[in-house]
Design a protein around this ligand. Structure first.
Ligand SMILES: [Zn+2]
Length: 297
């Protein structure tokens, strides 16, 4: 049912070792093994559910990024932060690129694309989840497709974004190659991923919500990102922190670690830990989640 990898899905090195056992607290309550590549430090779920079998692991009410409606306080907080983050993302791409064509891979319900579109970007989204895609299409008819294969032929983009998406993609190398082919020369590839060496990851250890197995298939250290850059002939132009992620990830991790504590206690501890995590992250790259901005060589 599941597939076992015998080499690193990022650098293809065969020197991989078992690293830790992590539980899926959000959905299945099953345990998964993380392996570590001794060459590039990538952590990856191994064995892992096959691409065609992973659907049920996404099947839970509170997969926030796919929900527009607010059902509880945590989601309300999440949405406030999301709205702020959308503005920040659009500002970021505006500053980076003079060109105005944007591809957002894993666009979810499409808020970021919608905002970019309002600010004169020609936008294209890819979203495999049917439910989320439906909501995105309601905002941007004809501009959202299901997969890379369905993109308009020969179209290339000034900016391609993957915000918390790369860690979900089974065909990692193949997908990266196709994406980079779709990038204009001197275009920007923006990848945001959780950081398994962040302070909140170290503090919560196996309870760290950034692991999110088996939906997250990979965890990239700074070294892994450096190897990615080499392997795909990119240039890392800049690294930026996502400061709100440490609070959000800490809150989820508190829920996993002490499911019976009061809501107040949960929020208070998550706030403290999120703050500590950000304070300890002195340089970009040490934060709970990072945005890596690559330039195509
Ligand atoms: Zn590797």
């Amino acid at each position: 049912m599941s597939e076992r990898l015998f080499k690193c899905p990022l650098c293809k090195n065969g020197n991989i070792l078992n690293h830790s056992l992590v539980k899926d607290y959000a959905v299945s309550q099953k345990e998964f093994t993380l392996c570590r590549c001794e060459n590039c430090e990538l952590l990856f779920t191994n064995p892992r559910p096959k691409e065609e079998e992973i659907g049920p692991f996404y099947d839970f009410k509170e997969y926030y990024s796919h929900e527009d409606k607010v059902q509880n306080f945590t989601q309300w907080v999440y949405q406030r932060i999301r709205n702020y983050s959308i503005q920040k993302k659009v500002t970021l791409i505006h500053k980076l690129s003079k060109g105005r064509t944007l591809l957002d891979y894993g666009c979810g319900t499409g808020e970021f694309l919608q905002e970019a579109n309002k600010q004169k970007w020609i936008v294209q989204g890819i979203e495999p989840s049917e439910k989320a895609r439906g909501q995105a299409l309601a905002k941007l008819p004809n501009q959202i497709v299901t997969s890379l294969e369905e993109l308009p032929t020969n179209e290339t983009y000034d900016v391609i974004t993957l915000f918390h998406v790369l860690e979900h993609i089974h065909k990692l190398r193949k997908t990266l190659k196709i994406i980079i082919n779709r990038l204009k020369s001197n275009g920007y590839l923006i990848i945001a991923v959780p950081n398994p060496l962040s302070e909140d990851a170290k503090y919560y250890r196996n309870y760290w919500a950034g692991y999110d197995v088996p939906r997250h298939l990979y965890h990239f250290s700074k070294k892994s990102i450096a190897v990615l850059q080499e392997e795909f002939n990119l240039e890392l132009a800049e690294t930026k922190p996502m400061i709100f992620d440490s609070y959000y990830v800490s809150l989820l991790s508190e829920n996993y670690r002490h499911p019976n504590q009061s809501q107040f206690s949960r929020y208070w501890k998550a706030f403290i830990q999120g703050f500590r995590s950000n304070r300890k992250a002195l340089i970009p790259g040490d934060y709970s989640s990072n945005i890596f901005i690559f330039k195509k060589k």
